[in-house]
Write a protein that binds this ligand. Structure first.
Ligand code: MOS
Length: 759
């Protein structure tokens, strides 16, 4: 049993400075409801630097840690010399190896465990990949720790390694055999139907490894309070961090609490227990002092997950009007030597259109890297690049407009399960996007549109989708009377604020339901000290998970106070004579058994979707992109993008627009900038810094016009919301690639698309 959040009330800060404003222009124009919307409730705190991230925790007597990492691609440590490091003034500990009885490896999150990978460094002399943690220096100051870490020297026995899909020693496995719970999709008779199709396309697309590069570095501050461990860390999954580090240290999870009130960008990199945390906790226990570790930017490229390399072969068969008859989607994807990163590229591509004959096949390729993981739209971004490039190619092959061809292949039924979609407004996204973009003025022939300065103009379109996932959640609510006319409402719920705006969405719902100011609503997310376990916030299920639970707890409160189930209420009047009322509620995804709550209680992940018992649920988007290619430099610019989203009801328009802009920017990065270059000589990644790993900057980004269909999906949940964070990125890369084709006649089948591809 968990205590309520009252135990952690000291950590709560009231949301300050909230004001209601009219809807912003883009949202107002498209939104049917007439209501006011909240600005980001934590905006003022953020710009004042008042929000506290994991590394902002500073304590008396706190020591600082600095990692030492392996400089070989694979092998064995023969000797680790720490003498010079230990001689640096202020150095307190140089840890090089833990014993099996003080530190256990934690199982991989995506194999039902807790951790970013199953391999726990510093348990043996093995080096599994370049950049692996091999020692941890702890000193009184950060400067001393950094100086000493640089003085640790290692001698290695180097072994052959593989860091590329085609390298000698890379080992290929059929995913459906290695992970039988993930069978490949096979509906109709794809091979026969493809062979019989009058129009056939067959092409292979290369997807590069990429890294998440969130602004907030991986950082943890750990403090032992007697026998109890308190962790301050930006994480999307406080529950798995808590249960996982307890498992590693052999202590009860009740003795660990994790505080992650704000995350400076998660994007999948922070969805699990990191390899550095248990070593840090042991160091703090040995020293009897709090210890802080901020992993340097250059180390994060090997210390945490990344988007793995992939290769996709797409075969599509159609009739001469462009009606899709068959598709075969085969994927090879990189994983590590020690874990199998599960993938479901075809979960999306089998459902983008009404294709009756579809076959998928996923192969995992083991390489000598840290375990790759999820990075915003993990498979969907790159799956849509391949599939939507192929659909564009089909439009040219049959002489159809790319928007019209997509509309003609739309469907109301999930081709995989035969169930209806809970909601699907993809056609509206395409029609509205075409209108807002001015698509009717497009001249179809490649190279036929030019700007006054001679630049080639290309207009491209692509669609995207993302599973509308939902997870179990617990919400607790406490009302306190603050005199005759005011109440304070504190709501704790499973969720993590990564900047996506989950606090704003919750505040919007609670303040409008109870008719109180958001200044009197305190929201507790990312804190295991309450009753909500703080289940993983990922897979774009955060809002569709937290809001139904908040809705349920608001109903419980109304019931408790004898108020009507819906409609305006006078909360202070209803609270008259009672100092405080506390209620709790929990919700789960359609079709989930009650046992999901046990799974969550044990630190596991328990999300459902896109296929639910009665229906299939996805969010959708259509992107229209203009590229301009300068005649001499061939530099590719993106002056404007129009994106129209179907994410169900828009719970928080201001932050929703921001989410989509961020996704579009990242899609442009994926299309034109981002590639983690691997190092076949020494292992690992060469582009391990923000200088070398190119992401878009403001000067790269033009106008991004965002609008929403904003129709509630009431089959999926009572609030009508579907996911938004990841779908916003899906389809941007192919829309850019299709625009590049329209500008140049070049079909580029790899990412990123660079100057040399369009010379
Ligand atoms: Mo997301 S890449 O599931 O955090």
């Amino acid at each position: 049993t968990r205590r309520t959040f009252l135990g952690g009330a000291g950590a709560l800060t009231a949301l300050a400075g909230v004001e209601t404003i009219g809807a912003p222009p883009t949202a107002a124009a498209e939104t049917p409801q007439k209501q006011t919307y909240l600005r980001r409730v934590d905006a003022r705190d953020k710009v004042r630097g008042a929000t506290r991230f994991g590394a902002d925790r500073t304590l008396p007597r706190m020591a600082h840690a600095m990692p030492v990492v392996a400089t070989i691609g694979k092998g064995r440590i023969i000797e680790l010399d720490t003498t010079a490091a230990e001689a640096v003034p202020g150095v307190r500990l140089v840890l090089t190896r833990f014993s099996a009885d003080e530190l256990r490896p934690a199982p991989f999150l995506l194999a039902g465990g807790f951790a970013a990978q199953s391999l726990q460094p510093m348990l043996s002399d093995r080096v599994a990949y370049a950049g692996q943690l091999i020692a941890l220096v702890v000193a009184d100051t950060l400067v001393a720790a950094a100086e000493a870490a640089a003085l640790v020297t290692a001698r290695y026995e180097v072994e052959p390694f593989a860091v590329e899909l085609d390298a000698d020693g890379a080992e290929t496995l059929l995913q459906s055999a290695a992970l039988p719970h993930l069978p490949d999709i096979d509906v109709g008779a794809a091979d026969t139907a493809f062979a019989a199709s009058p129009v056939r396309l067959d092409a292979t697309y290369d997807g590069p490894p990429q890294h998440q590069v969130p602004m907030e570095l991986l950082a943890s501050t750990v403090e032992w309070q007697g026998e109890n461990l308190l962790v301050h860390e930006g994480t999307q999954n406080a529950n798995s961090v808590r249960n996982g580090v307890a498992f590693q240290l052999g202590i009860s999870p009740d003795r660990v609490e994790v505080v992650s009130h704000y995350v400076g960008g998660g994007f999948g990199q922070k969805n699990s227990l990191q390899s550095h945390l248990a070593p840090l906790a042991i160091a703090a226990r040995r020293l009897g002092r709090p210890v802080k570790l901020v992993i340097p930017r250059t180390q994060t490229f090997h210390a945490a997950s990344f988007r793995p390399a992939s290769r996709q072969r797409i075969r599509v068969g159609a009739d001469r009007t462009g009606r899709l008859l068959a598709a075969i989607h085969e994927v090879d994807q990189q994983t590590s030597r020690h874990d199998l990163l599960p993938m479901q590229y075809t979960e999306l591509t089998a459902r983008l259109y009404g294709i009756e004959n579809f076959r998928g096949r996923h192969q995992l390729v083991r390489t000598d890297t840290q375990t790759p993981g999820y990075m915003r739209a993990p498979y969907e971004n790159i799956a849509a690049f391949a599939f939507e490039s192929t659909v564009d190619e089909l439009a040219y092959a049959v002489g159809q407009d790319p928007v019209a061809l997509r509309l003609a292949n739309d469907t109301d039924t999930d081709p995989v399960t035969g169930n209806p979609f809970s909601s699907r407004h993809l056609a509206e996204c395409l029609r509205r996007g075409a209108h807002r973009f001015g698509w009717a003025d497009r001249r179809p022939a490649p190279g036929s549109m030019r700007a006054k300065d001679g630049s080639l103009i290309g207009w491209g379109v692509a669609i995207g989708g993302y599973k509308a996932a939902t997870a179990p959640a617990t919400a607790e609510l406490r009302v306190e009377s603050l005199g005759r006319s005011r109440c304070r409402v504190t709501i704790g719920v499973d969720g993590h604020e990564m900047g996506q705006g989950i606090r704003t969405a919750i505040a919007n719902l609670a303040s409008s339901d109870l008719g109180i100011s958001t200044q009197d609503v305190v929201i507790v997310v990312g804190d295991t000290r309450g009753a909500s376990p703080q289940h993983n916030t990922a897979g774009s299920w955060g809002t569709a998970t937290a809001l139904p639970a908040v809705h349920a707890v608001l109903r419980s409160l109304r019931e408790q106070l004898g108020l009507p189930a819906t409609g305006p209420v006078d909360l202070p009047a209803a609270m008259a004579g009672r100092p405080a009322v506390e209620v709790a509620a929990r919700t789960k995804a359609p079709g989930q058994p009650d046992s999901v709550f046990d799974r969550v209680a044990n630190g596991g992940v328990a999300a459902a979707g896109p296929a639910y018992p009665e229906f299939t649920a996805l969010s959708y988007i259509a992107h229209f992109v203009e590229v301009r290619i300068e005649p001499r430099t061939r530099r590719i610019r993106v002056p404007r993008v129009v994106s129209v989203v179907d994410c169900g009801r828009v719970a928080s328009p201001v932050t929703a627009v921001s989410q989509v802009r961020g996704g579009v920017v990242w899609g442009i990065g994926s299309a034109l900038r981002e590639r983690s270059e691997v190092d076949p000589r020494f292992g690992g990644f060469l582009t391990a810094s923000m200088e070398e790993y190119a992401i878009p900057v403001n000067a790269d980004i033009g106008d991004i016009d965002v609008s929403f269909v904003d129709k509630p999906d009431l089959l999926l949940n009572v609030v009508g919301v579907k996911g938004l964070g990841e779908v916003s990125m899906v389809g941007v890369a192919p829309a850019v690639a299709n625009a590049v084709f329209h500008a140049t006649g070049r079909r580029v089948r790899h990412l990123p698309i660079r100057i040399e591809d369009v010379i």
